[in-house]
Write a protein that binds this ligand. Structure first.
Ligand code: NAD
Ligand code: DAU
Length: 355
């Protein structure tokens, strides 16, 4: 079986659903169920014996060790993290606790377990660490895209903690020989994306008749990848990646934020038109994110050449599927927009004047 951390979050849940749609190999899904973890992402697996869910914190060494020895996973796929840049600006401590200390603790538990394995079980074991392109910092307009050899230069508390975790993962390979793999992916979008992040936030606010908040001039660039393409890349790296290597994952799809917001408004105008006017009328430019990285772009040639992975969705097909998913899954959005979410929205967006 495989052991997945953070499998009730956005990418982790998509990964678990995809995995069990393609394979009968069971999944132990280990998640703390923070505000971002949601078992409603996994309701289709409610009666599926291949999926075992355990609520737990990656900082709990004793629980991790007990589970590793009981279930004997052949791989650990580490998605669990605090993942929202804006939250890391308001409260970095939780990011250090989970992303740095938690990853360290998970590595320690994995190492203790792995050391007891023998023969093929030991050589075939994998620890796959899911990381981000944000560890590379920011690009100027004409800079080449981030490659696996770009120097780390994280700028936010979130990216600094992810960078620290990447370094620990690397060190566990070089020092102890733990067979690790790291993926550094660009911005994901798709079903089950928590509506604190740009794309689901814009869809939810547009439909609720609220402002569509665009930080600063909206000309920051992100490189968007449909979440299921990220899941395919992770499966491919697990299957054929070389231990100790890192793989950049991206969709060759750079977009300015304002262009993403315009495209979302146009899709909603087509699929669920307002009585009057366009959703674009709700756009409001607000104060920029402190330390906002201007541009991310991924050079995905290594994973394409060495592992034969390529994204299947274009931005146009992926974004349409995403908007259609949100239109068909109102109940999901309403459920996640509960107490904790409302507090966050009030703190981050209320009293924001137009800039
Ligand atoms: P998310 O915030 O939606 O989900 C994170 C999950 O981790 C949640 O289910 C949460 O309950 C769980 N979790 C948090 N702290 C935990 C702890 N201490 N112990 C156990 N579980 C804990 O995040 P996501 O967007 O799905 O991102 C998943 C991973 O992918 C993260 O490591 C993130 O850095 C990375 N990543 C995300 C993106 C993106 O665009 N979302 C892009 C590249 C990489
Ligand atoms: O690049 C990969 C990263 O992508 C992941 O590692 C992170 O976990 C993930 O959250 C994401 O980080 P971003 O900060 O790029 O994503 P977010 O959706 O928060 O913002 C996307 C862009 O939109 C960014 O430039 C900030 C801007 N933005 C965001 C919000 C929430 C706005 O203009 N308005 C908003 O209200």
């Amino acid at each position: 079986m495989i052991f997945v951390t953070g499998g009730a979050g956005f990418i982790g849940a998509n990964f678990v659903l995809d995995w069990l749609a393609q394979s009968d190999e069971p999944v132990l899904n280990y998640d703390k169920l923070t505000y971002a973890g949601n078992l409603n992402n996994l309701t289709s697996l409610n009666h599926d014996k291949r999926h075992v869910f355990i609520k737990g914190d990656i900082n709990d060494n004793a629980q991790l060790l007990a589970l590793f020895f009981e279930y004997q996973p052949r791989a650990i796929l580490h998605f669990a993290a605090e993942s929202h840049v804006d939250r890391s600006i308001h409260g970095p401590a939780a990011f250090v606790t989970t992303n740095v200390n938690g990853t360290f603790n998970l590595l320690e538990a994995a190492r203790s377990y792995w050391m007891t394995l023998e023969g093929e079980a030991k050589t075939d074991f994998r620890f796959l660490h899911v990381s981000t392109d944000e560890v590379y910092g920011t690009l100027e307009k004409d800079d080449p895209a981030f490659s696996e050899t770009t120097a780390y230069a994280p700028n936010s508390p979130y990216s600094a903690t992810k960078a620290a975790s990447d370094h620990m993962v690397r060190a566990y390979h070089h020092t102890y020989g733990l067979p690790v793999l790291t993926t550094n992916c660009s911005n994901n979008y798709g079903p089950y994306h928590f509506p604190e992040k740009l794309i689901p936030l814009i869809i939810a606010n547009a439909r609720a008749g609220k402002d569509l908040p665009v930080y600063g001039d909206g000309l920051q660039v992100r490189d968007w990848l449909y979440v299921k393409d990220h899941c395919t890349a992770i499966r491919r790296v697990l299957e054929a990646g070389k231990p100790g290597e890192t793989y950049n994952v991206g969709g060759w799809n750079e977009q300015t934020n304002i262009s993403v917001v315009h495209t979302l408004c146009d899709l909603l105008d087509e699929l669920q038109p307002k009585a009057q006017g366009s959703y674009r009328d709700q756009i409001k430019h607000i104060t920029d994110r402190p330390g906002h990285d201007r541009r991310y772009a991924i050079d995905a040639r290594k994973i394409e050449k060495e592992l034969g992975w390529k994204p299947q969705e274009t931005f146009s097909t992926g974004l349409r599927k995403t908007v259609e998913w949100y239109l068909a899954n109102d109940a999901w959005t309403k459920q996640v927009q509960s107490g904790e979410y409302l507090k966050w929205v009030a703190m981050q967006y209320e009293d924001e004047d137009e800039v």
